[in-house]
Design a protein around this ligand. Structure first.
Ligand code: GDD
Ligand code: MN
Length: 409
């Protein structure tokens, strides 16, 4: 087997003189980085299509593919295993193709011109034939036998079956305290920004799950970095999610490809999903209502404090309350008009929830105003404006979490 020269600029293999496919004739599907849509039609002869994203896993992929093939063979359902390799310099695609020669259910896609775990999984699903799609890492850290548990959980009512480290029986082998902290920190940040999505499962960071094709076929999946499950939960038509435990094993060979860049990518991904539902007319209305409520808040304060001569705290409290009520009313009646009708009880419960949450923030605002005026000697109006500017972003984050979470995220 000739070793391909490596292009010094990209560090990638130079394929210019290489014939298509695997030198020994085992078909490797060469694909470029274009994103393909996931079709809604499945091939009736294949039930499960499990995608294995790989980058420089030549030392792990053989063992994984053999044990995965064994597990799936024992399950009794028809299946295909799709390795999506981003043109690994260590020729993981060739090693996988070697296995594919004797295991017809294994396919190898070699993707050039792009990289990324999450997009590799989507690319695999776009080439898949099964009615159930899945993702499992290619380094052996996700135990293949758990696929059988996930398949058993994928009944006709279930949309997504997730292998979780955070349900009873789940866990990680020996992660450092720093890695646990980072993982939990990332999850907490996700809960803050996307509670309706991240809060649906115990392990939203899991890269090991199954999903029914029609859940993702209509969703414009457009992830960043690693978190493919997050993308599916946020954009897919997901109603019922089940979880099964697994222990995240230690890598036998090689190392994780996670870098600091992936944490930034995760943040970008969260922000993109946070804004996504509002990227429409609703966003414009949302922002307009925010401005109107802020102005109403300030005008009410000025009128009561300046004109009526009421004391600072009472004026700010009434003004703040006016802002809250106006925000809720306008969002309900205008910003999100036409969205799913809610029962009166649900509306009252939501209104109370908002009242308590935004009311708490209002109390915080009153405290800030008093400290600024009484301790720092600032003018009432300046103090009012500073407090309003400081609290507003938090109240909107909280507000949308509480009031419109089923609508926005
Ligand atoms: N095709 C492709 N392209 N595959 C990639 C890429 C890429 O750019 N980057 C990584 N992979 C493959 C790896 O080769 C491996 O098979 C799998 O994706 C997971 O990558 P790791 O780098 O080993 O990730 P990890 O072990 O740190 O994190 C994994 O587990 C976490 C906990 O479940 C990932 O699945 C994370 O998404 C997950 O949060
Ligand atoms: Mn790994």
């Amino acid at each position: 087997m000739t070793d391909n020269p490596v292009d010094p600029n990209s560090g990638r293999l130079d394929h210019t003189n290489e014939p298509p496919g695997h030198p020994d004739g085992t078909p490797i599907e060469e694909i470029d980085g274009r994103t393909l849509a996931i079709g809604s039609l499945a091939d009736p002869i294949v039930h499960l299509s499990l995608v294995v994203p790989t980058y420089n896993e030549s030392a792990n992929i053989g063992r994984l593919l053999r044990s995965l093939h064994e597990v799936l063979n024992g399950m009794g359902a028809t299946f295909e295993i799709i390795v999506v390799d981003d043109d690994s310099p260590d020729r993981t695609w060739a090693t996988a193709a070697e296995i594919a020669r004797t295991h017809p259910e294994i396919r190898v896609l070699r993707r050039t011109g792009t990289s990324g775990l999450a997009t590799a999984v989507i690319c695999g699903w776009a080439h898949a034939r099964g009615s159930v799609l899945g993702a499992i890492d290619g380094d052996g850290q996700h135990p293949p036998e758990v696929v059988a548990d996930l398949m058993a959980a994928m009944d006709e009512r279930t949309d997504v079956a997730v292998a979780s480290r955070h349900v009873p029986g789940g866990g990680v082998s020996n992660w450092s305290a720093v890695r646990r902290l980072l993982s939990r920190g990332a999850q907490a940040l996700g809960l803050l920004l996307l509670p309706g999505t991240v809060g649906r499962v115990t392990d939203p960071m899991s890269g090991f799950f199954l999903v029914r094709r029609d859940v993702v076929a209509t969703a414009n999946l457009d992830p960043v970095g690693y978190k493919i499950l997050l993308e599916v939960l946020a954009r897919g038509d997901v109603l019922r999610v089940v979880e099964r435990p697994y222990v995240f094993l230690e890598r036998k060979e090689g190392e994780s490809k996670v870098s600091a860049g992936h944490y930034l990518g995760y943040l970008r991904h969260l922000m993109r999903l946070r804004i996504h539902p509002l990227r429409s007319r609703a966003l414009m209305r949302y922002l307009l209502v925010t401005v109107v409520a802020l102005v109403a808040d300030a005008v009410t304060f000025l009128w009561i404090f300046d004109r009526q001569g009421w004391n600072l705290t009472r004026s700010a409290a009434i003004a703040g309350e006016a802002g809250i009520l106006l925000t809720v009313a306008l969002h309900d009646l205008w910003t999100f008009a036409g969205r799913a009708a809610r029962s009166t009880l649900d509306r009252i419960r939501r209104l109370l929830g908002v009242q308590i949450a935004l009311g708490t923030l209002l109390a915080g605002r009153l405290l800030v105003i008093n400290v600024l005026v009484n301790w720092f000697g600032l003018g009432p109006l300046t103090a009012f404006c500073i407090a309003l500017a400081a609290i507003t972003p938090v109240s909107h984050l909280l507000g949308s979490r509480l009031t419109w979470r089923r609508i926005t995220a």
